[in-house]
Design a binder for this molecule. Structure first.
Ligand code: AMP
Ligand code: GLY
Length: 421
């Protein structure tokens, strides 16, 4: 099959890595690592018409979209209108991620467990409500904010300032015109991801991300500093419970709203003392979760994604190896704030049988691989156990260098503790 993957990060490298084992893959725009295994095409993911034109011209049989922005902007609708197959939800369906108010209302209507919340599009009313809310309190911009739109405020002054930045000062542009104010949930987080064909969902193995920048979950939130799969905290009993209490009612609610959801449904879960609760839904694969999940998939990913795009998952099931995988992200000095780009990277930037070096922010400059993003590489180790996977990822990282490079040393700690390792 001829497949086009849209995007340029570690998640897209993982998708291309898996798909290119059995298929011919193109990637727009890709990066230095992706360029080794696929044909990179210089089209911006925001250029929906350009991508559709390219897919038609090259007779691409399936397009797979990595990031959320083109989905929310309607790439699936454009492709469908032109008779091109694409894996990813329509703009209306992608509101599940792009419009938190929509997602929260849907969860409420369907009785899906989530944090108690109120929605506001008026600053004065939001401020009044906030003045009596228990602390800590969580304030979220309703629209897309590149992963920075959720703030946990410990103090009332801080909460008021955040609200003002979002609703009055326009820190997130239009995304902050409407906000969700919700209760703080305590617990352990896990990512539970399913492939959906509109009526059925096929679950992927669970995983766990590490959002804070520093060891011990300290420092500011990032796009994700590492992930491992499966996540032992998500027992098979819990997984079934999440499928029944979250995914099934969600799909029923989407259908009721006239939405035929074909694509990824990513549920960011908080596993609380009162059971699993949804923190957020995303309409795409997780990053870096995908870099830990896909190395465990034995089935042909293209076949599953194609079946979803065609609304015909039927009884197809994903087959998984018994291995474990851990992805450790190597980031640029200064990330998640400002950082330098164009720094040469040395070492093994490909990997071996049981290590895959996924490129997240790299590009080629005169045949040399240089940094081009905040998250630069995601080094995934694969092993018979979580400890082995961890050892392989960190060993491989020892041989990689670039000026300012840093990574968390404690990826997987919760999983190892839970396994008693
Ligand atoms: P979101 O953008 O909704 O995924 O939120 C980003 C991160 O903020 C989550 O991964 C959690 O770590 C944290 N978070 C979001 N909502 C809550 C909540 N209600 N209680 C506690 N932490 C939260
Ligand atoms: N790793 C978190 C996300 O992809 O949203």
């Amino acid at each position: 099959m001829k497949i086009l993957v849209v995007g340029k990060g570690g998640r897209e490298h993982a998708l291309v890595w898996k798909l290119s084992q059995l298929h011919k893959v193109f990637c727009a725009p890709g990066n230095a690592g992706i360029g080794r295994i696929a044909e990179c095409v210089d089209i911006n993911p925001a250029d929906i018409a350009g991508l559709a034109g390219y897919a038609a011209q090259e007779r691409i049989e399936l397009t797979v979209v990595g990031p959320e922005a083109p989905l929310v902007a309607g790439i699936a609708d454009e492709f469908q209108g032109r008779g091109l197959l694409l894996f990813g939800p329509s703009a209306r369906a992608a509101r599940l991620e792009g419009d938190k108010s929509f997602a929260k209302r849907l969860m409420q209507e369907q009785g899906i467990p989530t944090a108690r919340f109120e929605l506001f599009d008026n600053h004065d009313k939001a401020k009044d409500y906030l003045s009596t809310h228990e602390l800590p309190v969580v304030i979220k911009a309703s629209g897309l904010a590149a992963g920075k739109g959720a703030v946990i405020a410990q103090e009332r002054d801080e909460a008021e300032a955040v609200l003002e930045q979002m609703m009055v000062e326009g820190r997130f542009g239009e995304a902050g015109n409407s906000v969700v104010i919700e209760e703080f949930l305590a617990g352990e987080e896990a990512s539970v991801i399913g492939l959906c064909d509109g009526t059925r969902v096929e679950m992927l193995v669970s995983s766990q991300d590490h959002k804070p920048l520093l060891d011990g979950d300290k420092g500011p939130n990032t796009g994700g500093m590492g992930a491992y799969a499966p996540a032992p905290v998500v027992t098979s009993e819990l997984e079934s419970r999440i499928e029944e209490a979250v995914f099934q009612p969600l799909l029923a609610g989407l259908r009721k709203a006239g939405i035929d959801y074909r694509g990824v449904i990513y549920a960011g879960m908080m596993l609380t003392e009162d059971g699993p609760k949804v923190l957020e839904f995303n309409c795409r694969f997780g990053d870096p979760e995908t870099q830990a999940v896909l190395p465990l998939l034995e089935s042909d990913l293209a076949e599953l994604l194609l079946a979803c795009a065609q609304g015909d998952l039927a009884d197809r099931q994903a087959r998984w190896s018994n291995n474990w995988a851990m992805c450790v992200v190597a980031a640029s000095g200064g990330y998640p704030d400002s950082y330098k780009k164009g720094i040469p990277i040395s070492g093994d930037l490909v990997g071996t049988d049981d290590v895959v070096v996924f490129h997240a922010g790299t590009r080629l400059e005169e045949e040399k691989v240089v940094t081009s993003g905040g998250r630069v590489l995601g080094v995934t180790g694969i092993g018979k156990g979580l400890r082995q996977a961890q050892g392989k990822a960190y060993k491989a990282l020892e041989g990689i260098r670039f000026e300012g490079m840093f990574f968390r040393r404690d990826i997987g700690l919760r999983g190892l503790e839970r396994l008693g390792l």
